[in-house]
Design a protein around this ligand. Sequence first.
Ligand SMILES: CC(C)(COP(=O)(O)OP(=O)(O)OC[C@H]1O[C@@H](n2cnc3c(N)ncnc32)[C@H](O)[C@@H]1OP(=O)(O)O)[C@@H](O)C(=O)NCCC(=O)NCCS
Length: 228
Amino acid sequence: MLDLKVMAEIKIRRYHEDDDEDVKEIFTLGMSEHIPSSCMHVLKQPLAQMFLGCVFLALLTSSMSIILPVLAVTLLLAAGRQSVSYMFTKYIKTSLDQDLNHIQQIYLEQPNACFWVAEVQGRVVGTVACLPAENAANYLELKRLSVRKSHRGQGIAKALCHIVAEFARERGCGGVLLHTSVVQTDAQKLYEQIGYKKVREFDVPEFFAKLTNFTLLEYRLVLKRHIF
Ligand SMILES: CC(C)(COP(=O)(O)OP(=O)(O)OC[C@H]1O[C@@H](n2cnc3c(N)ncnc32)[C@H](O)[C@@H]1OP(=O)(O)O)[C@@H](O)C(=O)NCCC(=O)NCCS
């Protein structure tokens, strides 16, 4: 039974083709909102601060004017924001190409995979999916968890994670794993609250991400069998 009433007004059900636009919108908005926090993350890196400071001082001493260094630092900040934005746009595009444009085939026609949406008053407000994990035998990978901003803080993400764990348990899986990033702190708190443990932190294989210490985190939930 895949339909689940979590609370009076929240319903979690399998994805239908009609949900396509909502799902892509929820995912795109959920990812894009991390652009400002990622910019802050970059600015907090000692390397970035040192670089900006050196440019500022070098131009200040060589030009003896405040305008040029301020202008140069402003341009560098704008370029940094563009790079972060580009990184997210690229990730969103890759995700659409890889699976979100083919939800039926990737998630609903494969064994041990599924895609769910959370609905409130007939409106799709959250998403989650799972697939067999590539590098961990007998594990499922939780993916595409996102909730509309207007519906956060109501336990919807927790309920979506719960349905993935139940799906994995019913199939006799040893656990569920997922990947998130260093800037997704709300998601990290959620996973830790529901029993996931951080098992590793690793670099994104992109030059700009490496340069700015933008790391990915892997979390795992070990499933205990129900004892009857
Ligand atoms: C992360 C996200 C899915 C949480 O959705 P949500 O429906 O608001 O989460 P829930 O209401 O189920 O919260 C469950 C728990 O998560 C933690 N949590 C969620 N949002 C939090 C926040 N803003 N600050 C602190 N803790 C938070 C809390 O522990 C919370 O439990 P509590 O309410 O008992 O304190 C949502 O913020 C989101 O869609 N973010 C953008 C997309 C994204 O980053 N997805 C994660 C992909 S890895």
